[in-house]
Design a protein around this ligand. Structure first.
Ligand SMILES: Nc1ncnc2c1ncn2[C@@H]1O[C@H](COP(=O)(O)OP(=O)(O)OP(=O)(O)O)[C@@H](O)[C@H]1O
Ligand SMILES: [Mg+2]
Length: 366
């Protein structure tokens, strides 16, 4: 079960003024009434692992109403039993974020992700199937990013290049030939990103099919990968043809930034054919499969943040989720309104559980 959080200090995060917590278990259950601070607890872990809020990038939403900054510090179990990292992330009112890992200050946010791979299952996760393509790109990129160490730098280079090309397009005075160097880089990086993503999807699909079947008989799941321009066409040619359109709108219409994975069941868009409950099951299966694949390929388990799942799924499928999370041996932080006998019954006797209760932003461990 690595990595995992051993210790957590939260300062001024939403309604949590201060909390100093330790002795976490594999499964950590956070109970409390509506508005007590359960999601805020998960927000603190998300800030620690991703450097940003669970939703969007409005960092100021994290800072307590009367405070000038939010901060979280964690002790995180590392790559092996003997290594631990001390991680600190703070966000100030002016939007400035600071990250410290061990003794290194000013660490890039991107480095956090490798220390604490996080996966979230919450109400928003369920829009992966029906929402915009950006959500599905994030989904793929999470996997690729954790499995291919060079991917992050290629992805950042691609985005730099895209920004430059779009800037020139918006000037409207730059001819296609004058932006050739950016276009060529964009094409080369798009090819590289596409290769990594399609390898990820290739490895992900068989595991997903297995999980989706076990998870409630959703069979014949297909993933159709769209690379961001028509298959079999040369991206440089495609960009040449779309130059006038690109210039009119000031943006590049084709490339790796337009990629998508279409999730289909028996050839039909999953968002159209599955009921809402089935979509939730499929998305939960997709998240769990990401954890399985990460473990298969790197022997690391991601940490799961699970918010409000009982409210979203019926008892049979809650049982599936909890069972799969236990099989993965990931550290899990999950919320519920009340810890009751039904919830208790989901856990195997060998699973270590720690319970927390939140009331008006005060967290107690019991
Ligand atoms: N920046 C902030 N500063 C202070 N309080 C905040 C801030 N942002 C949100 N809150 C408040 O913190 C409280 C806890 O919110 P949180 O989302 O953690 O509740 P919750 O326990 O998850 O509730 P639910 O069961 O409804 O999901 C809410 O009353 C919310 O309005
Ligand atoms: Mg909540």
């Amino acid at each position: 079960m690595l990595p995992c959080i051993h210790q957590l200090d939260i300062f001024n995060l939403r309604n949590i003024h201060h909390a100093a917590l330790k002795n976490f278990a594999t499964i950590n259950i956070i109970s409390g009434k509506n508005g007590s601070g359960k999601t805020s607890f998960l927000e603190s872990i998300h800030l620690l692992g991703r450097g940003r809020p669970l939703r969007g990038i409005e960092y100021r939403s994290l800072i307590g109403e009367d405070d000038s900054f939010s901060a979280v510090h964690g002790v995180v179990g590392g790559e092996n039993q003997n290594s631990e990292h001390s991680v600190g992330v703070s966000v100030a009112h002016n939007g400035k974020r600071q990250v410290k890992i061990d003794t290194k200050e000013g660490v890039p946010i991107a480095d956090l992700v490798h220390v604490l791979p996080l996966l979230v299952i919450d109400a928003d996760t369920f829009s992966i199937l029906s929402g915009g393509s950006g959500l599905r790109r994030q989904f793929m990129d999470w996997g690729v990013f954790h499995m291919k160490p060079s991917y992050g730098s290629r992805w950042r280079a691609f985005n730099r290049c895209l920004r430059q090309r779009n800037r020139l397009l918006r000037e409207k005075t730059t001819a296609l030939a004058q932006m050739l160097s950016w276009t060529n880089q964009l094409c080369a990086l798009s090819q590289e990103i596409t290769l990594h993503r399609s390898e990820y999807i290739r490895d992900f699909l068989p595991l997903l099919r297995e999980t989706a079947m076990a998870f409630g008989g959703i069979d014949d799941v297909q993933l159709e990968y769209y690379q961001g321009w028509d298959d079999g066409k040369d991206l440089a040619n495609v960009l040449e043809y779309s130059f006038e359109r690109d210039q009119r709108s000031g943006q590049t219409h084709y490339g790796a930034h337009r990629a998508d994975i279409r999730v289909r069941i028996k050839g039909i868009d999953a968002a159209k054919i599955l009921s809402r409950g089935q979509q939730k099951r499929l998305v939960a299966a997709m998240r769990i499969t990401q954890g399985k694949l990460l473990y298969q390929q790197t022997q690391r388990t991601p940490l799961y943040l699970v918010d409000d799942v009982p409210a979203e799924l019926d008892a049979t499928y809650q049982a599936f989720i909890y069972d799969m999370l236990q099989s993965l041996k990931s550290q899990v932080f999950m919320t519920c309104i009340e810890y009751n006998n039904t919830l208790q019954a989901y856990w195997r006797p060998s699973t270590m559980i720690q319970k927390f209760h939140v009331k008006h932003g005060e967290i107690t461990q019991y």
